[in-house]
Design a protein around this ligand. Structure first.
Ligand code: AMP
Length: 323
């Protein structure tokens, strides 16, 4: 059986992009019966952060896992920091990785290299990510382009560890999933809609918990272009904003048939997005009334993860000379 493993970092309030590009596939994959889905809270501390904001974001993301339809009866839902093996194996992998290969990682090069206040964790987190994967022994890891380098490093570390200390890890194959929905920023449609956009400059980002009037306002201000007249509402490379709105409309089950103006397009997109978010927001409100349920689900998930990962960590410790 193929094991599905996906982690989402609570580095910001989740967006329509996270729903269409990640959660939908995670919900569908539950039918395969072997899914581990985690809130990667340790990865949310590699750049300056406020503990209160982090705590609130973790709570929101955790409840959203359930509100979007992930089912604790069919998938193991957990918080990364509740499973200490992630941190413990990460250190052993740091003792396997070379500084040169971590220095080549794109995130570090773009966000931290040569800056005096860069956190050490921004440099070392790829070892934690390798641990996140290797602990669960998946045979295949589906990755989009932006994550490919991390999984290549994971494979390199697994091969090096196995060759040096003994065969502990399954070396996962990298598979490229069918291109999923890629939702672009409404204000700058050449950029991906990102949960890390700072509050105040996130007018192009639809958050999963944005109320309908906020969704309406953000879509009303979305960039289109200056073409008017019949045929203006169509996808094309020269019209990234319009193409993005059409993609969102289709992904949310709406139809562009008969839409002649950008105003009509925006109204249709608003209706489709509001309808898509409505059950998620209702589910979230129901869960807010029962926080003990969410806590119980994630406690049980962490317990299951501790069982599944313990033999892998023990084998790695024994092989490296600690056991
Ligand atoms: P991130 O928010 O970049 O940490 O990504 C978490 C998950 O959501 C990954 O599976 C991403 O591919 C997916 N995701 C994030 N933003 C978008 C977006 N704008 N469009 C499609 N998928 C996205």
């Amino acid at each position: 059986m193929l094991r599905n493993l996906s982690l989402i970092t609570p580095s910001g309030r989740l967006t329509l992009g996270n729903h269409l590009g990640a959660f939908r596939g995670m919900v569908a994959a539950q039918a395969t019966g072997d899914c581990f889905y985690g809130v990667a809270d340790l990865h949310a501390m590699t750049t300056a952060h406020d503990p209160r904001v982090l705590r609130d974001t973790i709570a929101e993301v955790t409840a959203l896992f359930l509100a979007v339809g992930l089912d604790p009866g069919r998938a193991v839902l957990f918080r990364q920091s509740d499973v200490p093996a992630h941190r413990e194996l990460a250190y052993l992998l740091e003792c396997t990785a070379y500084t040169g290969e971590l220095a080549r990682m794109i995130q570090y090069k773009e966000k931290g290299k040569d800056q005096p206040s860069t956190r050490v964790s921004l440099y070392t987190y790829p070892a934690l990510m390798a641990a996140d994967i290797l602990l669960y022994r998946p045979s295949r890891v589906p990755v989009g382009d932006d994550q490919r380098q991390h999984v290549e490093l994971t494979r390199d570390l697994a091969v090096r560890f196995n060759n040096t200390y003994g065969p502990v890890f399954t070396v996962p194959e990298i598979v490229t999933p069918a291109a999923g929905a890629r939702v672009m920023d409404l204000q700058d449609p050449t950029r991906k809609m990102s949960k890390s956009a700072a509050p105040g400059v996130d007018g192009g980002v639809i958050r999963l918990l944005d109320p309908p009037d906020v969704v309406r306002r953000k879509i009303a201000r979305a960039v289109t272009d200056s073409e008017t007249g019949p045929g203006a509402v169509r996808s094309s490379d020269e019209k990234p904003g319009v193409s993005n709105l059409l993609d969102i409309l289709a992904a949310c089950g709406g139809s562009a048939a008969g839409l002649a103006t950008y105003g009509a397009l925006k109204a249709a997109v608003t209706d489709a997005v509001v309808a898509e978010l409505e059950p998620i927001q209702q589910g979230y409100a129901d869960l807010a009334a029962d926080p003990a349920y969410v806590a119980d689900v994630f406690a049980a998930g962490a317990e299951r993860c501790r069982q599944v990962t313990a033999p892998v960590l023990l084998a790695a410790e024994a092989a490296i000379g600690l056991g």
